[in-house]
Design a protein around this ligand. Structure first.
Ligand code: SF4
Length: 416
């Protein structure tokens, strides 16, 4: 028997009593030391195991245990993983689950019949905005998170690009959460840019995790545009709206770093009447002072719209008429484009995937994964995911359900 040193590159290990915590941000998994020792004993002869520091494991064994340890930790992440930021269970989705990546709002791909494909690699957010349309952020307003294997995501994206004619495609990374929390965000951007037919890669982000290094890496990987949601440039207002301790000076640094890179910037504040009216003006003035270069508009001011499943701050909701009138006044004052249309971004109609269910159709669906709400599961039928509500049975069953939504190939059904 000899001593082997196993160095973990991307995963940190912490021992707490008899338990081992493996951390791969933003996720962690926990297992008992005996579980690992038992697994190693079953596969190789192991005498002793010591966790020297957060990245080094010393093992006395007959054979190099590195691959076995990596396999075990990987299997633990895939079977019981938690999101450190949201404190929720997280489910890892790869090809072995045989889950098509089209059909859900939560993760995968969304095709709304244009040349833009939405790519949703992860759920969960590091902010908790008072207006969030999907009530994201730390806590239990949603029950669990999902994270999709990037190779599987790229494989399915490639098929969709092919279906759409392999030209002028915008890959838009967004989601019910913050895309920069995806551990493979740079690899994902690189993979998207390597696929023939992708012309633009844009990403929605609150910017909280961006720094000079990540911006550089994303730039090198081929990210074309960042749609940055910034609702204020004042510390106390950021705390009030985004409920995050990020400072205005940090946000300004991020904006400046993007402007100095090749990545184009689109600043997208959400206008909450009575809360950030002056902030919107400040954002416009500040960003214009940096003279960002872009082929597209540099502002995408959003109107607050209350959503059924979202958070609803007490504000007077502007009518669309009022909103566009105000934008036009600001356009005149600052000589900048603020009233936008999809055409400004080169978005046009494109062949869309066929719908596989009629509205109100009663169909049979296999339940595969737990959903984000109580009584919700994600099912699969006819090569699509379906979010099934009012289902309290077990997974792996075929249930009868009525399709209540089929728009944009996103399917919601109620169990019967
Ligand atoms: S940053 Fe976006 S996803 Fe996150 S809480 Fe705010 S609105 Fe929701």
């Amino acid at each position: 028997m000899r001593k082997y040193e196993v160095i973990l590159k991307n995963t940190m290990i912490r021992k707490e009593g008899n338990e081992i915590i493996a951390i791969f941000p933003p996720f962690f998994t926990k297992f008992r030391e005996e579980e690992l020792i038992g697994f190693l004993r079953k596969n190789i002869n192991v005498e002793d195991i010591n966790f020297e520091n957060t990245h080094k494991i010393i093992v006395k064994a007959d054979k190099n245990p590195k691959d076995f340890i990596l396999y075990f930790i990987d299997a633990m992440f895939k079977s019981r993983m938690m999101n450190i930021i949201t404190k929720r269970e997280a489910i890892y989705i790869d090809e072995t689950l045989e889950l098509p990546l089209i059909g859900s709002h939560y993760f995968g791909l969304i095709d709304r019949g244009t040349n833009l494909i939405q790519i949703r690699p992860i759920t969960g957010c590091n902010m908790r905005c008072i207006y969030c349309s999907v009530s994201e952020g730390p806590g239990f307003e949603r029950l669990r998170d999902y994270v999709v294997d990037y190779e599987y995501l790229l494989k399915e994206y490639d098929k969709l690009v092919d279906f759409k004619g392999r030209k002028n495609i915008e890959a838009h990374i967004d989601g019910q959460g913050e895309p920069t929390l995806y551990p493979w965000i740079v690899d994902l951007v690189q993979g998207l840019s390597d696929i023939e037919g992708t012309e633009i890669i844009s990403m929605q982000t609150n910017g909280y995790r961006l720094n000079d290094k990540l911006i550089e890496d994303l730039e090198a990987a081929g990210l074309t545009r960042i749609n940055l949601s910034v609702d204020s440039l004042r510390d106390e207002k950021i705390r009030l709206i985004n409920r995050t301790p990020v400072s205005a000076s940090r946000i300004k640094k991020i904006i400046e770093a993007i402007v100095s890179s090749k990545i184009r910037l689109l600043v997208a504040p959400l206008w909450l009447p009575g809360i950030n009216d002056e902030d919107i003006v400040e954002i416009i003035e500040y960003v214009l002072s940096l003279k960002p270069k872009s082929e597209w508009p540099i502002f995408g001011i959003q109107k607050y719209i209350p959503y059924a499943m979202g958070r609803k701050p007490k504000v007077n909701v502007m009518s669309f008429f009022e909103f566009y009138q105000k934008l036009r006044e600001l356009e005149q004052k600052y000589n900048v484009k603020l009233v936008l249309s999809p055409k400004d971004f080169g978005i046009h109609k494109r062949r869309s995937l066929p719908k596989v269910f009629e509205l109100y159709e009663v169909t049979k669906i296999k339940t595969v994964l737990p959903g984000r709400f109580s009584g919700e599961v994600i099912g699969v039928a006819k090569g699509r995911m379906v979010e099934i509500t009012e289902y309290y049975g077990s997974l792996g069953k075929v249930v009868k359900a009525k399709i209540l939504r089929n728009k944009d190939n996103i399917y919601v059904a109620r169990a019967l």
